[in-house]
Design a protein around this ligand. Structure first.
Ligand code: ADP
Ligand code: MG
Length: 389
C-alpha cells in the first residue's frame, strides 16, 4: 500500500473522470457496476470508458472483484491516494512528492513541496491497514471487513486531524500549520525538529517538563485532551540562544484520537497523558518532579474556550466523531504504542485491548515511526503535474 506516484502525470482527463466516478459510486456500492461508472463519468463513448477502466486497473487504482455476480470495480487505496494528490495539486497546495519519512501504525508520512519548493508534510491516513495490535483483532477485522469502511474511516481521521489542527493553531497552540486536506490526507508545515523519543539528554529537563504538562492543562482549558501525548507525538526543536544556552521548543502533532473534556473517560485520558510525560522524563532523563498533578478536575475549573464544541459545530460533526471513535476503539487504534514507557494500557487501561493476550502484541519497533526527518533534506521529488500543462 505504498504510495507510488510515478503514473500520476500520465493520466488523461478521462482517466481522472472515471477514477472520480468510481470513487463517487463506491459511496453506496461496495462494487461499482461498470454501467454506473460510465453514467457518472459522463463520457459518451463506451469504448472510451472501457479503455480508461483498463488503464486504471492496470496500475491498480481500481480493482475488479473476482467471482462477483456482476461486472464492477472498487477503488483501491492507490486510487484514493491519486485522487487526493490530484486535488492538492489542483488547489495549488502541493506540487511534488518526495520521500517517505515516517510510517505510523495508521498513517504514512511523506515530504512534499509546493510550487516554490517549500517543504511540507503529507500525512496519509491508512486506517484498516493490517497493523493492529493483536492477531485476534486482525482476525475479527478480516471477518467483518467492509471494503468501504477503511476509506470512510481514513477520511474521518484526516478531517478530524485537520479541523483540530486549525482550531489549535488559531488559538496559538504549538502545532504544525494546517495547509490542506483532501479525502484521507492532510498537508501541513514541516517541523524542523526531532520527536522527543530521539532526544537522549537535555541540559535542564525541568523547563521542558513544565511546559509539556502546562500544555496538557491548557488543552483541557480549551475543552480538549490529546489522548496520545507521548514522546513520538511531541517534536522538540533545539534552538541555540545567543548566551550559549539551548531552548527546547515543543510542537504537538497527531490528533485523530483527541477527546473532549466531556468524554466519559476524560479524566482517565488526561491522567494517562500526564503519566506518559512523567514516565518518559523519569526513564529517559532521570527527572522527577516533587509537585503532584496536574489534575483533571483542577485543570477544567477555568475554561477559556470550548474548541471541542467549536470543531463539532464546524467541519467535524458529533456524528462523525462518534463513528471514528467507535471504529478506533473496536480496532484498538489508540496511539503509537507504548514506546519505552511500558504497557500503560495494559496496566491501567479500560481499553478494548485489555482482553487480548499480551503475548500477541506487535513489537514496538513495528509501530515506531521514522527516520530523522532532517536527514531527508535532499528529497527526490516527483512532480505531480501532467507534463503537457
Ligand atoms: P501517526 O498517527 O501514524 O503516529 P504522526 O502524525 O504521529 O502519525 O507522524 C508520525 C511521525 O512522522 C512523527 O513521529 C514525526 O516524526 C513525523 N512527522 C509527522 N508530522 C510531522 C511534521 N509536521 N513535521 C515533521 N515531522 C513530522
Ligand atoms: Mg503519532
Amino acid at each position: 500500500m505504498k504510495l507510488n506516484v510515478k503514473n500520476i502525470r500520465y493520466l488523461s482527463a478521462d482517466d481522472w473522470r472515471v477514477l472520480a466516478a468510481t470513487e463517487q459510486g463506491s459511496r453506496n456500492h461496495e462494487l461499482v457496476p461498470t454501467s454506473l461508472i460510465t453514467q457518472i463519468a459522463g463520457i459518451r463513448s463506451g469504448t472510451g470508458v472501457h479503455n480508461c477502466i483498463s488503464n486504471l486497473a492496470k496500475i491498480n487504482l481500481i480493482a475488479k472483484i473476482q467471482n462477483a455476480k456482476y461486472d464492477g470495480y472498487r477503488l483501491t487505496y492507490g486510487g484514493l491516494d491519486y485522487l487526493a494528490l490530484h486535488a492538492h495539486t489542483k488547489s495549488g497546495v502541493m506540487y511534488s512528492v518526495g520521500n517517505q519519512i515516517g510510517v505510523g501504525k495508521e498513517s504514512d508520512i511523506l515530504v512534499c513541496a509546493d510550487e516554490t519548493g517549500k517543504q511540507l508534510v503529507l500525512k496519509i491516513h491508512r486506517l484498516g491497514r493490517i497493523s493492529f495490535r493483536t492477531v485476534k483483532a486482525n482476525r475479527d477485522y478480516l471477518r467483518n471487513r467492509n471494503s468501504g469502511s477503511w476509506m470512510h474511516m481514513s477520511r474521518l481521521a484526516a478531517l478530524k486531524e485537520y479541523e483540530f489542527m486549525k482550531a489549535l493553531r488559531r488559538e496559538g497552540f504549538p502545532v504544525p500549520e494546517p495547509i490542506g486536506q483532501s479525502r484521507h490526507t492532510v498537508v501541513m508545515s514541516m517541523i524542523d525538529a526531532f520527536p522527543m523519543r530521539q532526544i537522549s539528554s537535555v541540559g535542564n529537563p525541568a523547563n521542558l517538563y513544565a511546559e509539556l504538562l502546562s500544555l496538557i492543562v491548557q488543552l483541557a482549558q480549551y475543552g480538549l485532551i490529546h489522548g496520545d501525548f507521548n514522546e513520538f507525538n511531541i517534536l522538540v526543536e533545539e534552538r541555540d540562544e545567543k548566551d550559549g544556552s539551548v531552548t527546547l521548543i515543543p510542537t504537538i502533532i497527531d490528533f485523530p484520537q483527541m477527546v473532549s473534556i466531556d468524554h466519559e473517560n476524560a479524566e482517565y485520558y488526561f491522567d494517562r497523558d500526564v503519566e506518559c510525560i512523567k514516565r518518559f522524563f523519569s526513564r529517559r532523563f532521570g527527572f522527577t518532579s516533587d509537585e503532584p498533578g496536574p489534575y483533571f478536575k483542577d485543570s477544567i475549573k477555568v475554561i477559556k474556550k470550548r474548541l471541542d464544541v467549536e470543531v463539532s459545530a464546524s467541519g467535524f460533526s458529533k456524528k462523525m466523531a462518534k463513528e471514528l471513535a467507535a471504529y478506533m476503539k473496536e480496532h484498538g487504534v489508540d496511539g503509537d504504542g507504548d514506546g519505552d514507557a511500558g504497557g500503560l494500557d495494559g496496566e491501567e487501561g479500560s481499553d478494548a485491548e485489555e482482553e487480548d493476550e499480551p503475548g500477541q502484541q506487535i513489537e514496538v519497533e513495528d509501530l515506531v515511526p521514522m527516520d530523522d526527518p532532517l536527514a531527508v533534506k535532499d528529497i527526490t521529488a516527483t512532480t505531480l503535474i501532467t507534463p503537457s500543462r
